[in-house]
Design a protein around this ligand. Structure first.
Ligand code: LLP
Length: 444
């Protein structure tokens, strides 16, 4: 579900269809703010958030939006206003969350390499929960908390050794992963640290991977985690919080992902009674909230043929959206204005429409890995056409870089027929402003 749809154009171009984000034509957005440009639909984002909270309502979870998926302040602020806390993985993300108006006590902080400075700042800000990834890290947080005479709360990130059946770069819950500690070591961990007066160890954290397109890995890991919770209880350790992490899917193709209700139907029954007895559930969704709420608009600069190949050369590249290059991820791509018979009813890898031709959609970056699609059947495309790259709201702008000295793209938020620039396009001056004046540190 999203609010990006094709509508027939009015006379005399009634044989054409144009892509709209809510009430605004994509072409108009591109004319106003230029390309490349990330476009987010507020209605889509709000609906996804509501679907999640409705589906999981029996567990009364604290929904901590995963800032890493799309950290734009306006997006974080919007979700914060809807009641979300934030899942952060760095001092910078905590800073973003707080800048967006989300109180630190509603933030959970994961990540294997938290620095002393980041830990101090998080404690000072009044962080809700550290998700601790190793013995060494726990000892460090405890040392810092003691020195500050503070009390901080922690959950142990447990590695349940469940296969999420996703890309190996984004699979995190298997034994060989760098994240968390093996579930077998969890009891020893609680025996060692479970009575620390400054660093209170009161939770279990799971995050098995992203995206996870079946419910079974969640079921397996929750069952394992609850068995652990019972064993810990028998030893006198009360687990107050279970953080299930993120990983719910998004529709890169139409209906690709289980719905949020389907995930909830599998997970809620396993935890409902526990919640009634006081267990606090945390969810850390990123992709499932924001992926389908965003598209990347890019303008075709040139068409080029080479042997059998046709290249659509765009002004966006792997610097703007890295996922195809890094994970061979599929993103549906379509021209924003097209003959009406090509207006797509469903978004799929294989589009069964007469008259499509196979093309590579590529960027301007000097790497052969700079592509959005290889051998993709597309309607006729010409220089100057505007293209939409779908499902780009999560891990799109968040992983963008300035490679080849391309300024970062603009981000805009559409609310009905209102358009707001929520991140201005960077300028060439932005590219060099940190380098203009060399700062001598050691002078000989
Ligand atoms: N919690 C933790 C501890 C995480 O590491 C992540 C994502 C999330 C929550 C949010 O997961 P989500 O609900 O968004 O699936 N760059 C990759 C995805 C990396 C995910 C990293 N961790 C991509 O573009 O697919």
């Amino acid at each position: 579900m999203d609010h990006f749809a094709y509508r027939p154009e009015s006379q005399p171009k009634a044989d054409r269809a144009a892509l709209y984000c809510e009430q605004l034509p994509a072409e108009e957005i591109a004319r106003l703010v230029g390309t490349p440009c990330y476009v987010y639909s507020k209605a889509t984002l709000v609906e996804h958030f509501r679907r999640l909270t409705d589906a999981f309502a029996p567990l009364k979870p604290l929904v901590c939006y995963s800032v890493k998926s799309c950290g734009n302040l306006s997006i974080c602020r919007l979700l914060g206003e809807l009641g979300a806390g934030m899942d952060v993985v760095s001092g910078g993300e905590l800073f973003r969350a707080i800048a967006a108006g989300v109180p630190a006590r509603l933030c959970v902080y994961a990540g294997v390499g938290k620095t002393d400075v980041e830990i101090e700042q998080a404690i000072d800000a009044g962080l809700g929960l550290f998700n601790v990834e190793s013995e060494a890290e726990f000892e460090n947080i405890a040392r810092i908390a003691k020195r500050k005479n503070a009390i901080t709360h922690t959950a142990l990130r447990v590695n349940p050794d469940v296969d999420p059946r996703t890309h190996r770069y984004t699979s995190t819950g298997k034994k060989e992963s760098k994240f968390g500690v093996d579930i077998e070591r969890a009891k020893a961990f609680f025996r060692l640290y479970g009575r620390d007066p400054h660093c209170r160890l009161t939770g279990i954290h799971l995050h098995i991977g992203s995206p996870v397109y079946t419910t079974q890995p969640y079921v397996e890991s929750v069952v394992k985690a609850m068995a652990l919770v019972d064993e810990l209880a028998a030893e006198g350790f009360t687990v107050e919080t279970l953080d299930l992490g993120g990983g719910f899917g998004a529709d890169y193709e139409t209906d690709q992902s289980p719905t949020l209700s389907t995930y909830a139907e599998a997970i809620v029954p396993l935890l409902k009674d526990r919640v009634a007895k006081g267990l606090q559930i945390i969810l850390e969704p990123g992709r499932t909230l924001v992926a389908n709420a965003g598209i990347l608009l890019t303008r075709v600069q040139y068409m080029k043929t080479s042997g059998e190949k046709t290249f659509v050369i765009c002004d966006a590249g792997m610097n703007d959206l890295l996922r195809p290059s890094l994970y061979q991820a599929f993103h549906f791509i379509w021209p924003c204005v097209t003959d009406i018979r090509f207006s797509p009813q469903r978004r799929q890898k294989e589009m069964s429409l007469e008259g499509l031709r196979s093309m590579d959609v590529v960027g301007p970056i000097c790497e052969s890995g700079d592509f959005f699609a290889i051998d993709r059947p597309l309607p006729p495309v010409a220089r100057g056409d505007l293209m939409a790259i779908y499902t780009a709201g999560a891990y799109g702008m968040a992983m963008a870089s300035r490679y080849n000295a391309h300024p970062l793209p603009a981000e805009v938020l559409v609310d009905g027929s209102t358009l707001s620039i929520i991140r201005r396009r960077e300028s060439y001056e932005d590219l060099v402003s940190h380098e203009r004046i060399p700062v001598p540190v050691v002078t000989g």
